[in-house]
Write a protein that binds this ligand. Sequence first.
Ligand code: AMP
Length: 111
Amino acid sequence: MSTVFGLIIQGKLPAKKIFENERILAIEDIHPVAPVHILIIPKKEIPNLQSLGPEDAGLLSEVVAVAQQIAEEKGIEEGYRLLTNNGPDAGQTVFHLHFHLIGGRVLGKMA
Ligand code: AMP
C-alpha cells in the first residue's frame, strides 16, 4: 500500500517538485521548519533507512549528490542539515524513505 509519498511519485497527489529523475524526487515539505525544507525521496518503495540493502548503496550516493546540488541552487551550501528519521521513536511519520534537507537560517545544535 502506497504512502503519501508513493502517491506523489505516482502523480496521484500534488506536490511542489524541486528535482526529479528516474530514481529520485525532491519536493517542498508542506510544514517547513526552516526557510529551506525539501524532502529528497528515492522513488523505490523502501520504508526507512533500516530497510536499505547493499543493493541500494548507489541510491544513497545519489541522494547526497542531489542534496548538494539543491543546496547550491538554494544558496545554503555553507550550512544545512540532511537527515532522515528512522522509525517511530525518531519521529518518522511517513514510511517511505526520505531525507530532509533543511537550511536557510541558523540551525543551532541538534537537540
Ligand atoms: P517524517 O516525520 O520524517 O516521516 O517526515 C515526514 C514529512 O513529510 C513531514 O515533515 C511532513 O511535513 C511532510 N509531509 C507530509 N505530507 C506531505 C505532503 N503531502 N507534501 C509534502 N510534505 C509532506
